[in-house]
Design a protein around this ligand. Structure first.
Ligand SMILES: [Zn+2]
Length: 350
């Protein structure tokens, strides 16, 4: 039976580098055909068409390991499937640069190709002008396996994230100014303001500052990736992970747009409005249906919009219900109350 491909199938194959596996007699939906055109593949490969690569040649050889012979690593590095991923990285690099999320040679991107082989951006190259041949191949300790340019020094952080979070197939790091502003101020972005960030990201924690390029910095970030797909790095920038480099980049866009909107909101001179914990509960339901994890699943409503800095006085404490008995009253507080009461009484008397 002929296989039918939807646009979503095409995207999935594209991410996994398996577009070449679509046979010429496959049925493509109109949107799948459009998606293929957008990706620069106007028609599927005909079986046996050696110039484009047959069924197997266009997918990543997952059996390659960091300790495989040099020629296997080079073959993987120069394979059509990896070429496609290199182009994706260059495209995301251009978007980062065009949106001013990176400056100078800042920012770095990576994709885990096999168990212990990772494709990454080079050091000292602007992300806006990278070419596929600039990219590098490294093992999980950061040792370079292939590529003419030297790998980014911040790959150590990406690798720590990948080791701590097996779902992190791709990592994106940049310095978008608004989100980085929160990271420099040490202020966690508030929640319950815009739905999109709640669904696709969630709470964005801040990893304590460490010198860029050190293993210690990677560790501080990696401690948070179990529950968070996007992390602010104190006095530095933002890092996000996902199963594809494009999705990791989307998270960068979402967190930056959010922080920018919050900054604009606070300049309007009025107390920002927030949606209620009940509405957040609704968003978390959608999130759960989409299969995006969030540590807030199952929390009580009063625990959800905990923006102390933005909505002072929000508390989850339950008032004592022991009929007004003062059994639990702090003795120190009680003596202060006594002193104040006495003072008032004295003044009244005087
Ligand atoms: Zn950086």
């Amino acid at each position: 039976m002929k296989k039918v491909y939807s646009a979503r199938d095409i995207d999935e194959l594209h991410i996994g580098g398996g577009l070449g596996s679509i046979s010429a007699d496959a049925i493509l939906t109109p949107s799948a055909r459009d998606r293929l055109k957008e990706l620069g593949n106007p028609k599927p490969t005909r079986p046996g068409d050696a110039s484009i690569g047959g069924n197997q040649k266009d997918s990543i050889d997952k059996s390659v390991r960091a300790n495989s012979p040099k020629e296997d690593l080079e073959r993987l590095f120069h394979s059509p499937a990896v070429r496609e991923l290199k182009e994706q990285i260059c495209e995301v690099g251009r978007r980062l640069w065009q949106r001013a999320y990176v400056d100078g040679n800042g920012g770095n991107l990576s994709i885990r190709l096999t168990d212990d082989v990772v494709l990454c951006t080079p050091t000292l190259v602007s992300k806006g002008f990278m070419k596929p041949e600039d990219l590098c191949l490294v093992d999980l300790e950061g040792n370079q396996l292939a590529g003419v340019k030297k790998r980014t020094s911040e790959i150590l952080m990406h690798l720590q994230i990948m080791k701590a979070q097996p779902k992190a197939r791709a990592v994106s790091h940049a310095h978008p100014p608004h989100a980085t502003g929160f990271a420099v101020a040490g202020v966690q972005p508030p929640t319950c303001m815009i739905p999109e960030i709640e669904v696709f990201i969630g709470r964005v924690p801040i990893a304590p500052y460490e010198t860029p390029g050190t293993i210690e910095m990677g560790r501080k970030v990696a401690e948070l990736v179990d529950h968070h797909n996007t992390v602010l790095m104190e006095n530095h920038g933002v890092v996000s992970w996902s199963n594809s480099i494009e999705d990791a980049y989307f998270k960068m866009e979402i967190v930056e747009a959010y922080c920018r909107t919050v900054v604009v909101t606070t300049q309007l001179g009025v107390q920002p409005k927030q949606f209620s914990p009940r509405h957040l509960q609704d968003l978390l339901k959608i999130k759960q249906e989409l299969g995006v994890p969030d540590p807030r699943f199952g929390l009580k409503e009063c625990e959800l919009c905990d923006n102390d800095e933005w909505r002072p006085g929000v508390t989850c404490a339950v008032p004592a219900t022991d009929g007004g008995s003062s059994a639990s009253t702090d003795p120190q507080a009680e003596s202060v109350v006594q002193v104040v009461t006495d003072e008032i009484m004295n003044r009244l008397k005087g």
